[in-house]
Design a binder for this molecule. Structure first.
Ligand code: AMP
Ligand code: MG
Length: 509
């Protein structure tokens, strides 16, 4: 695909003069990784409207919110103008999708505008998603429908508030145009902020082309950006693999701790940074079920809730394969060393998952039977089809001395709960004071997650009736997931079981 990458920059169709907004881009990707991208320009929007803007994130990035929401800011967020220091580009990547390898994916409807150094000195990508065709669009139209743009905004911000590493949403724009999916829909553009957009699939792209020089450049770039401590390490490529494994082991455990199902864990959607990337058909589980899957295209349950650790390890094995030529010049040695590191994922996941469960149960320290205690609670939740989020939120109430809500949640299964509660109390009370335990549990067990029916309700109002009020109300609730508020009680309730049973998410993005 050399020819694609060296195609001259598209001359663009920008409708407005260059933006005057101050965005202090510093573009290391464009500078250091020539050959890994195509310079490109956004297609532009016909009648853009700013639907959401994230002022807190803008502050973090050192942007002037008032300027960003002005006409010249909107021109940037709508792809109608490019700020002076931006160097928009489409990144090349490949990926294993549902187990099959696609050698050329790449930014087919997204563009990296550039990188900002935030107030804490962290380098952050600012990218548009839904900004028009690129050389990587294949048969796609390069566009995003507005519903999925708002969905990604909401889900990503909810994950962030839950304390889980994720890309962020800076803005959502309605383009004024339409996109053709199963039905005609309004178009949208998301402005996404990420620690980087390096993916497992970025490495696979160059490995598949046996381009060791570019592969090495990419790996050195990833190390400098995400694992600077490894820069001079003799085994730095193996170290990079190890570091990505550690971040993913932690991330997946944290997803599972809030009932999150990514839904499309293809290797092109797995970030080297350890952030959650690409909110397509993701959903939060309601009643606990390891086999839970909501995505309409995941007919085999490959990416079901409980499959996520196994799939993560599978994806990391693909990363390891891509890195082999850098790990050792002797292929057999490289394979053996990388293989050992990848095998280590299962153990690291288990450590993180045990810690997540321990925190959810309010257990300080660790005792030999903790994992069995946690697993037995999950079994109870599964057997009695108890809502996962409420199962832990009401356990937190029980830790505060109020058993009634937990018993009510279990209903007729209350008797089955009793022996477990006795064990839990004995363990929990052995090692901490109750005030500490309660504070820790409150931080580990959210009251509010993006309930599927609430998300759909908010998106339908926004897309079909141009009414953003339910979206904004839901967003406000999800920004503070841990403190229970009487006025928000409707947001804590699961959907009726019949509704959850047939809930499907669509990739129609
Ligand atoms: P996703 O399923 O969103 O992670 O995307 C997988 C691949 O398909 C990536 O290479 C995307 O850039 C590309 N893609 C998805 N939707 C479109 C679209 N509407 N137009 C062009 N490319 C797309
Ligand atoms: Mg993707």
């Amino acid at each position: 695909m050399e020819s694609t990458l060296h195609r001259p920059a598209h001359q663009g169709t920008s409708r407005a003069p260059p933006a005057t907004v101050r965005m202090a881009f510093d573009n290391s990707y464009a500078r250091d990784l020539e050959g890994l991208y195509v310079p490109w320009k956004p297609a532009g929007s016909s009648a853009p409207r700013l639907l959401q803007f994230n002022r807190a994130l803008a502050d973090e990035l050192g942007l002037d919110s008032n300027e960003m929401i002005s006409a010249s800011g909107l021109a940037v967020l709508a792809g109608n103008a490019v700020p002076a220091l931006a160097q928009p580009l489409a990144q090349a990547y490949a990926g294993h999708q549902f187990g099959g390898f696609s050698p050329q994916l790449g930014d087919g409807r997204a563009l990296l505008l550039g990188e900002l150094i935030d107030r804490q000195g962290r380098r952050r990508d600012v990218a548009l998603k839904g900004s028009g065709r690129t050389p990587f669009s294949r048969r796609g139209d390069g566009l995003s429908a507005l519903g999925p743009v708002l969905r990604e905004y909401l889900m990503g911000e909810a994950m962030h508030a839950l304390g889980i590493p994720t890309t962020r949403a800076l803005a959502a724009v309605a383009t004024g145009g339409t996109v053709q999916r199963e039905q005609t829909q309004p178009g949208g553009i998301l402005t996404r902020v990420a620690a980087s957009h390096l993916r497992v699939g970025t490495f696979e792209f160059f490995a598949a082309r046996n381009d060791e020089a570019l592969l090495r450049r990419l790996a050195d770039y990833a190390i400098a950006r995400h694992d600077a401590a490894l820069i001079d390490a003799p085994d730095r490529y193996l170290g990079l693999l190890q570091a990505v494994i550690e971040r993913q082991a932690s991330l997946i455990a944290r997803w599972m701790g809030v009932g999150f199902i990514h839904g499309v864990m293809n290797t092109d959607n797995m970030a080297i940074s350890g952030e959650t990337l690409d909110y397509g058909p993701c959903a939060f589980m309601e009643h606990f079920d390891p086999a839970a899957v909501f995505s309409s295209i995941d007919t085999e349950g490959r990416y079901a809730y409980g499959q996520q650790p196994v799939i993560a390890q599978w994806n990391l094995a693909r990363l390891a394969e891509a890195l082999l030529p850098l790990i050792d010049t002797d292929a057999a040695t490289a394979a053996r060393r990388a293989g050992e590191v990848v095998q280590g994922f299962a153990k690291r996941f288990d450590v993180h998952w045990t810690a997540v469960l321990g925190a959810k149960l309010g257990l300080a320290g660790s005792a030999a039977d903790d994992r069995a205690l946690a697993d037995d609670y999950l079994t109870l939740l599964q057997q009695h089809r108890i809502d996962f989020t409420l199962g832990f939120a009401r356990l937190t109430d029980a830790a505060a001395g109020n058993d009634a809500p937990l018993r009510a949640l279990f209903g007729a299964a209350d008797a089955a709960l009793e022996p477990w509660l006795i064990r839990w109390r004995a363990r929990a009370e052995a090692d901490t004071n109750s005030a500490q335990r309660l504070a820790a549990m409150r931080q580990a067990n959210p009251i509010y997650i993006p309930r599927n029916h609430k998300v759909e309700e908010a998106l339908a109002a926004a897309v079909e009736h141009d009414d953003l009020a339910p979206f904004e109300r839901l967003l406000r609730v999800l920004e503070h997931p841990f403190d229970e508020r009487a006025a928000d009680s409707a947001f804590a309730e699961p959907a009726p079981l019949e509704q959850t049973a047939c809930y499907r998410t669509f990739c129609g993005t």
